[in-house]
Design a protein around this ligand. Structure first.
Ligand SMILES: O=C(O)CCC(=O)C(=O)O
Length: 287
């Protein structure tokens, strides 16, 4: 395929051994379902509360939907909550990706302190619902047009069924003419996109996820069948990542339930919650 400035695609980035290690790590995490809004950040007029289309897990920092995600220049404070570090199998791949990206981007396309310190792990598949007629599957494997506002290039690793990824010029839903470029993201592939054109000017979306390989991942989420995993690596300036204990009280209230759910299966989140309690009571903080 012809090289396109600002874009990178390697169909065979993840080796069989890397894949095995990643899936082994995956068996120990418990993704959560988030709602878009919260008590202190209610829906705007004309919008309604909704659950996200898919379960998620964040590494490095957690951008809770109800805190509105990282959105410079104004939305930079109290949106990125310190989360678990990257596990070894991902860290190894991240180092390689950073090397590739540093050769590709410079100047305004590569922030001075850029490094991949954030990962959103998206689970694509179908909700499995039980009702009086029996079991139903509702396919939610897509993402609407949006931009990633973290500065610098974004890297994305895909595992499982391939996904139809599109760059589009307008945010109008379903407008076929807006497609500027599309690409299947295959099992084991790495995609990198950066530069003003692909990051700032255009939107991107996932139109659909195939079913042709019959892949299903054993993920620790009730009522959901996962056929594609996507790891999207980004950069948030380190000074904008804050521990849960430093969030303003209202933001803490809004995400406490998620933190508690995460803490059930993660020592990291358990400790982060404990630090808040000890801060309040004046007791020494756990390390
Ligand atoms: O799943 C993908 O390939 C893209 C995900 C994405 O656009 C995002 O997480 O912002």
């Amino acid at each position: 395929m012809k090289k396109i400035p600002g874009l990178y695609y390697n169909r065979f980035f993840v080796s069989a051994a890397d894949r095995r290690e990643i899936l082994e790590w995956l068996s120990g995490i418990y993704p959560i379902w988030e709602y878009r809004y919260s008590e202190n950040n209610p829906p705007h007029p004309g919008e309604t509360q909704r659950q996200l289309l898919r379960p998620v897990y964040w590494l490095g920092n957690w951008q809770f939907a109800c805190l509105n995600y990282y959105h410079p220049p104004k939305g930079i404070h109290n949106r990125c909550v310190r989360a678990e570090p990257f596990p070894a199998p991902l860290l190894k791949l991240v180092k390689k990706i950073e090397g590739i990206a540093r050769k590709m981007y410079s100047g305004r396309d590569m922030p001075e302190k850029w490094h991949l310190n954030t990962c959103l792990l998206n689970f694509y598949g179908s909700r499995v619902i039980q009702d009086e007629d029996g079991e139903k599957r509702i396919d939610t494997a897509r993402v609407g047009e949006h931009k990633d506002f973290e500065p610098g290039p974004v890297a994305s690793i895909s595992l499982g069924e391939r996904a139809m990824f599109q760059f589009v010029s307008s945010q109008q839903r379903g407008e076929r003419d807006g497609v500027v470029l599309q690409q299947w993201l295959d099992d084991g592939s790495l995609q990198i996109f950066g530069s003003h054109r692909w990051k700032n000017q255009l939107f991107h979306r996932v139109q659909r996820v195939d079913r042709r390989e019959g892949i299903l991942f054993p993920v620790n989420v009730e009522g959901f069948e996962t056929r594609r995993l996507n790891f999207t690596f980004r950069y948030v300036p380190d000074e904008h990542i804050v521990p849960y204990s430093s969030l303003p009280a209202k933001a803490r209230d809004d995400v406490r339930g998620y933190m508690q759910a995460l803490a059930k299966n993660s020592e990291f989140f358990e400790q982060e919650l404990k630090k808040t309690e000890s801060k309040k009571s004046g007791q020494p903080r756990p390390k």
